[in-house]
Design a protein around this ligand. Structure first.
Ligand code: PSV
Ligand code: MN
Length: 419
């Protein structure tokens, strides 16, 4: 990929430099230093999900494009190609057992050779595994049967062990536990059992790890989910211990929820664990991050930056690529995330605070809009270039012929594990 990046950057260099100069000059007028924005964006990285290197689908079908990675190693190859283009996907988030390495130490070395690290681990107690002698039909950590709860805890312990060998920093627990029918289970009892299970898992974690609880209002449980909202997630984090925090998956909120305010509250409580980035219109649609609601993404980054610096939380993508080439979708998502960060860094904080103090909503909104409407694309492109990546990653990816080469190598029918 290196030679494609260099060739493409050389072709775009003069245009890019002119664009960069223009944007930088615009920002100076509002007291923003383009160099500082570029520095922060260049340092930023978002983990790619191991489960989204293949084509997703729905219960109505799946339409793969060919050349999907067949093994975890091939997924890491794809992420290394993605990172060569974006310079901002320096880690992978693994989902077990979809990506259960037989030799984690060897996998760690394989990934390190490609400059890819392991971000958070994700456990899976929502799908029955072939040959398993337990079933999650009626729940995992919330199950009424202590044997089932024990099996779910054991699975999480196993994921921790694998993650430890990989050099991961934490475990994300998303539970499908809930009910489909009123009265099916005690809402209180389910919560208590989940808390007890998470406390058990927490006790097995390395001291420097974080346990992340991820909430979701519905699906697959359609009457009640145990960890339905950020309030429950925060209650759990508080009850579990200091190193427990909440993951905000952007698609896991009921319509009209002010997600940026949720982010602000969790940050204030010291319990913002990080993100599963995606976008949505209706529910947990898992669309390309920033493709539908880029302003919301910008406002989220504004909240993250309010204390002054970007918090060191887990930034991860969680998407399903139903139509697009998965790598192209991840390129787009990463670019949109970086742009939202860059736009938020372009907010004239003093002017905003001043307008807020003077109770001037129109003035305050104008400050935000000015930053949001700034064409930050040259700043993000420059951050990529400084990281040795592509000024135009999508175009470079297409010109590289990567997918065609993978179709030839892996086959038209190669299928990746995951959703
Ligand atoms: C559940 O919808 C979720 O957001 C969780 O993070 C799972 O781990 C992931 O999706 C599976 O695709
Ligand atoms: Mn998620």
């Amino acid at each position: 990929m290196r030679e494609h990046v260099d060739a493409s950057n050389e072709r775009l260099r003069a245009w890019h430099e002119a664009d960069l100069e223009h944007t930088s000059a615009q920002l100076v007028r509002h007291g923003i230093d383009a160099g500082e924005v570029i520095d922060v964006v260049a340092r930023f990285s978002v983990a790619a999900p191991s489960w989204a290197l293949g084509t997703g689908g729905t219960r109505f079908g799946r339409f793969p494009g060919g050349g999907e990675p067949r093994t975890t190693e091939e997924k890491i190859d794809d992420i290394a190609a993605l990172n060569a283009l974006t310079g901002a996907n320096r880690s992978v988030s693994l989902h077990i057992p979809w990506d259960d390495p037989s030799d984690p130490t060897a996998l760690r070395a394989f990934a390190a050779e490609r400059q890819i690290a392991f971000d958070c681990m994700n456990s899976n107690t929502f799908q029955d595994q072939p040959g398993a002698d337990v079933s999650y039909k009626f729940g995992s950590l919330a199950h009424t049967d202590p044997g089932m709860r024990k099996a779910a805890i054991e699975h999480n312990r196993y994921v921790i062990e694998v993650g430890r060998a990989l050099g991961s920093r934490g475990l994300v627990v998303w539970l499908a536990d809930g009910t489909n029918h009123p009265g099916q289970a005690s809402l209180r009892g389910q919560y208590e059992r989940v808390l007890e299970g998470l406390q058990d898992i927490y006790a097995s974690m390395p001291q420097d790890w974080t346990l992340y609880t991820e909430h979701k209002p519905y699906e697959p449980a359609f009457y009640s989910s145990v960890v339905a909202d950020w309030g429950t997630s925060l209650m759990l984090a508080h009850a579990i211990g200091e190193r427990a925090a909440c993951i905000v998956d952007l698609g896991h909120h009921l319509p009209n929820t002010n997600v940026e305010q949720v982010v602000s509250r969790l940050l204030m409580a010291g319990r913002l664990g990080g993100f599963h980035f995606n976008d949505s219109v209706y529910g947990d649609d898992d669309l390309t991050t920033g493709s539908v609601t880029p302003y919301r993404l910008f406002l989220i980054f504004c909240e993250l930056l309010e204390p002054g610096t970007l918090p060191d939380v887990a930034y991860m993508i969680d998407q399903s690529h139903n139509l697009k080439d998965p790598i192209e979708d991840l390129i787009g998502a990463t670019d949109n995330i970086q742009m939202a960060l860059a736009q938020a860094l372009c907010v004239d904080r003093d002017a905003l605070q001043d307008a807020q103090e003077r109770n001037d909503p129109a003035g305050a909104e104008a400050v935000l809009q000015r930053a949001f409407r700034t064409d930050v694309r040259p700043l993000v492109a420059e951050a990529r270039r400084r990281n040795g990546a592509a000024i135009d990653p999508l175009d470079t990816f297409r010109a590289s012929g990567y997918r065609a080469a993978k179709i030839a190598e892996r086959g038209e029918d190669a299928t990746a594990t995951g959703l």
